[in-house]
Design a protein around this ligand. Structure first.
Ligand code: UDP
Ligand code: MG
Length: 318
């Protein structure tokens, strides 16, 4: 990317899905926080196919604040794609992504910028929440980070989120990814560069309710794992090898007993072992199916998201 003098120093990218009651407070607090730092900036709002008045309120905010630009997806394509679209549009030398429900306090941006000015190309945040998420969600996300780190060899700390700052050089690498199901936390770990971390306390949601139901969380977690690991595909080989060895020993034993004139009794154990192995077999076929579905999806070559409208999308920052 070539940087022009009229471009802003900082871009702030915010995905929004049914966040009508958060927009004005959000824009106001971002505006105030960055004015305090004294940098030129732009805010890019992405309406991820909301069904409430998010898009109407975004337009009002755009008219009120000349630094705000917005795009609207033709339907809901998901949080990761919305951030990705924002990264593509951003013109800043550093780009901050954050949630639109004010759980990521805009006041933390200053700390991110300081680390960037000191030389970091990626500034991640670690959430130190006690109350912001329920116990189930915290447990689920902790387990996910553990499993992801083991399977992908990319260490992801618990409390990671998509609240971070990246230099435009990192941005240029990330937007060249052709993943059909982008998982930004993984992509950021994968690209390398100088990374710093900033801790923050997450607030509770300003208005509205969470968009991440259990089903969506599972979808994000499995998508992330199959993007960055092929270990699950190989589980079958190990289970197959171990069970083959065990059955071999068992058959040898049965044959030996038979030569001694005794038949090993027990249909129950036979059926038990057979059903266990069938279970293992179907589980493994299922895993192969998940990967196959991903290959199928990428071969179709459909766009990962569609932008239906934009508002001041080409306006320069101030
Ligand atoms: N979001 C989005 N598309 C979606 C779901 C969520 O753009 O399909 C946005 C949402 O509006 C918010 C951010 O992603 O700005 C994080 O979502 P949420 O606060 O619901 O997640 P949580 O904080 O509960 O994990
Ligand atoms: Mg939230």
């Amino acid at each position: 990317m070539t940087i022009s003098k009229s471009d802003p120093v900082l871009s702030v990218v915010v995905p929004l899905y049914n966040e009508q009651d958060n927009i004005f407070t959000l824009v106001e607090r971002i505006d105030l926080s960055i004015r305090n730092i004294g940098l030129t900036f732009e805010v890019i709002l992405i309406d991820d196919g909301s069904s409430d008045n998010t898009w109407q309120n975004i337009q009002v905010a755009c008219n009120q604040y000349p630094q705000v630009r917005a795009i609207r997806f033709s339907r809901n394509f998901g949080h990761q794609h919305a951030i990705f679209a924002g990264l593509k549009l951003a013109k800043g030398q550093a780009i901050v992504s954050m949630d639109g429900d004010l759980q990521h306090p805009p006041e933390v941006i200053e700390k991110l910028v300081n680390e960037w000015k000191a030389g970091a190309k990626i500034v991640n945040t670690i959430r130190e929440d006690k109350e912001a998420a329920g116990p189930f969600k915290r447990y689920f996300s902790k387990q996910f980070y553990k499993i992801f780190s083991v399977l992908s060899d990319l260490p992801l700390e618990k409390g990671s989120s998509d609240f971070r700052l990246i230099d435009f050089k990192v941005r240029d690498e990330i937007i060249s990814f052709g993943d059909v199901d982008i998982f930004l936390r993984g992509a950021i770990q994968w690209v390398g560069f100088d990374v710093k971390q900033v801790k923050f306390t997450a607030s509770t949601r300003h208005q509205g309710s969470t968009k991440f139901t259990l089903g969506r969380m599972i979808k994000l977690a499995t998508g992330a794992i199959i993007s960055y690991s092929t270990v699950p595909l190989k589980i079958g080989v190990w289970i197959g090898a171990i069970t083959s060895i065990l059955s071999f020993i068992e058959l040898g034993y049965t044959f030996y007993i038979y030569t001694q004139g005794v038949a090993v009794p027990g249909w129950a154990s036979t059926i038990g072992v057979t059903s266990l192995l069938f279970g293992v077999l179907f589980f493994n076929i299922g895993i192969i199916g998940i990967y196959l579905a991903r290959i199928h999806k990428s071969l179709q070559g459909r766009p990962p998201y569609i932008i239906s409208e934009d508002y001041n999308a080409d306006r320069k920052g101030h």
